[in-house]
Ligand binder design. Structure first.
Ligand code: NDP
Length: 266
């Protein structure tokens, strides 16, 4: 019998994560000898030693450790290299190899909104970096709005406009995306109410990277009659691509998707 592989998600907080359920559903239904758990990690600099001490075959990394995960890897491949942000790590014979599957997961999620040409991105953390780079690849005009100025430096040569709350004036957008963690553990909006109200009044669609709850941001979008979605489809998209990496492409992507989708109904 093959040795059972162990996977985990690292985050702080991590108890809300649906990733264990999603991946275990695939492993169980497709008879793949693996199991997926969660690890509450407070100190991102301890990621590598914790990963190795648990003898993990792979891991996902969530807020706030995705940039620390990039640093922890021995090698980084594909889109993760462009953005300096890692959400998936594979153990290749003791070497930690990093990937990023968040951005393609998000593109999968917004397909149903049709042709998106102009986006307001709220937040400037790991997720925002990945999404902004991916949007720019598709020639989408991106404005980044963040609470603090320091994190905007990264975006200055990448997107058309960057603002802190003080300098921002809303334009017309196809989509406003919340990638801040405001609303995750609290009931805060991603920016002062006046700004968010104005942004939502000038957009066709709204999306939040947070899933499993109606955040104050999405509640406001709902109140204004805007078509919106939470981060569940993004999570599904990144999860399917991550599972392909975990199982070394031994499972068919369509089968992974079918079983992972079922986990959302559990
Ligand atoms: P980071 O910690 O890298 O970045 C957080 C960002 O949120 C920063 O720009 C920070 O601003 C901002 N922020 C935090 N708190 C507030 C607040 N109260 N008001 C305004 N801005 C705030 O996080 P990630 O990019 O890794 O993740 C962000 C969110 O996206 C999380 O909620 C995560 O759960 C979700 N996510 C969902 C995924 C999915 O599959 N659905 C995938 C990836 C992420 P500042 O610079 O000023 O500190």
């Amino acid at each position: 019998m093959k040795n059972k592989k162990l996977f985990a998600i690292f985050g702080d907080p991590v108890e809300h994560s649906r990733s264990p359920l999603m991946h275990n559903c695939v492993f169980k239904n497709l008879n793949y000898p693996a199991c997926y758990t969660r690890v509450h990690l407070k100190d991102g600099s301890k990621l590598k030693e914790t990963f190795l001490s648990l003898k993990l075959s792979g891991a996902n990394i969530t807020v706030p450790h995705k940039e620390a995960a990039y640093e922890a890897c021995d090698e980084v491949r594909g889109f993760a290299k462009t953005v300096g942000v890692v959400n998936t790590i594979i153990n290749e014979n003791g070497k930690l190899v990093g990937y990023n599957t968040d951005a393609d997961g998000f593109m999968f999620a917004i397909k149903e909104f049709g042709n998106i040409k102009k986006i307001l991105l709220l937040g400037a953390g790991g997720t925002a970096k990945a999404l902004a780079s991916r949007f720019v690849q598709d020639d989408i005009d991106v404005t980044v709005l963040n609470r603090s100025a320091s994190r905007l430096e990264y975006f200055k040569d990448l997107v058309s406009t960057c603002h802190t709350w003080e300098s921002f004036k809303a334009e017309r957008y196809d989509l406003v995306v919340n990638t801040t963690s405001a609303g995750l553990k609290d009931e805060q909006l991603p920016a002062p109410s006046k700004i968010i109200q104005k942004a939502l009044e000038n957009t066709s669609f709204a999306a939040d990277a947070i899933y499993g709850k109606l955040t104050p941001f999405l509640k406001l979008a709902q109140d204004k009659g805007i078509t919106y979605k939470d981060g569940a489809d993004m999570l599904l998209g990144q999860g399917v691509l991550g599972n392909e990496l975990f199982t070394n492409h031994e499972l068919k992507i369509d089968d992974i998707k079918i079983h992972m989708s079922k986990s959302f109904k559990l």
